[in-house]
Write a protein that binds this ligand. Sequence first.
Ligand code: HEC
Length: 126
Amino acid sequence: MRHILIIAAALFAADVQAETPRDFLTRFEKEAGAVASAERGARFFTTKQGGEWSCASCHTERPMQAGRHAKTGKAITPLAPAANAERFTDAAKVDKWFRRNCNDTLNRLCSAQEKADVMAWLLALK
Ligand code: HEC
């Protein structure tokens, strides 16, 4: 009986933590209070915003393929969920890297709208 409870608790915990790429789109759209635009996301991702890099500098303009860190040359696995099932499944990781990469790229945080737009575009890539 105790084993069953432990297994049930583990399943429940896994369920609570599991997130899908769609969950992030929903969350950012809700935070922005507006619908996302994949087209705007593509433009945002592939153009420099005043800094030295764009998102595409490391993730490429077609994130279905692997990228490469613009400074260290280290390989980066594809960012698009259709090409990489591990992407956008862990809120702590997603939040950490949006924070860090937006700061590196824009010298500020990305807005909820910008994150929603990027998510919409990444989800549209097949
Ligand atoms: C200087 C290189 C670089 C730039 C520029 C960059 N990234 Fe990243 N990004 C990384 C690295 C390195 C990781 C972490 C390693 C990994 O997950 O493969 C990462 C991971 C991420 C993740 C984590 C996703 C997940 O669930 O695994 C997101 C989201 C992300 N980047 C979005 C962006 C966005 C949006 C931009 C533009 C604002 C951007 N990145 C610009 C290097 C970069």
